[in-house]
Design a protein around this ligand. Structure first.
Ligand code: AMP
Ligand code: ZN
Length: 132
């Protein structure tokens, strides 16, 4: 069984931030920044691409509610909300989860850079390929 399914079942302990019929939010064991939280569906989906719309709509709604609560109550200045999809994108637990990572400024030690290391792509070509 996957580790998050075991957490949902309660056979592996976790720090539960929020729970309802559809989802569970827990503190990430690695705490990239203080308050780093994961929001997961109780039903197993490998990743966001596999998840049904209704569950996903609920997850994003809970994620926003918790992000707002975390930022306010931990006096953060903002947050990153991330969903890694597949190993190539850094997904290590193959059970869909949203990361809520509160941000406190430069001193929080997290760097997420959008810094292309290649020549610019032809956007027209990219559009054509995406839309077929
Ligand atoms: P990802 O790399 O997007 O798949 O993220 C998986 C996250 O799950 C990592 O940030 C881990 O620190 C976290 N994680 C793994 N095992 C546990 C656990 N037992 N309890 C809480 N968080 C966990
Ligand atoms: Zn699972």
């Amino acid at each position: 069984m996957c580790i998050f399914c075991s957490i949902i079942e309660g056979t592996i302990p976790s720090a539960r931030v929020y729970e309802d019929e559809t989802c569970l939010a827990i503190l990430d064991i690695s705490q990239v920044t203080r308050g780093h939280t994961l929001v997961l569906p109780k039903k197993h989906f490998d990743n966001i691409l596999e998840c049904d719309d209704e569950t996903l709509a609920h997850l994003i709604s809970v994620t926003r509610m918790l992000a707002d609560r975390i930022v306010k109550n931990l006096n953060a200045k903002g947050c990153n909300i991330l969903v890694n999809t597949n190993e190539a994108a850094g997904q290590s637990v193959m059970h869909l989860h949203f990361h809520i990572i509160p941000r406190y400024g430069e001193e929080d030690g997290l760097t997420i850079e959008f810094n292309p290391q290649h020549e610019p792509y032809d956007l027209g070509e990219v559009l054509k390929e995406i839309n077929g």
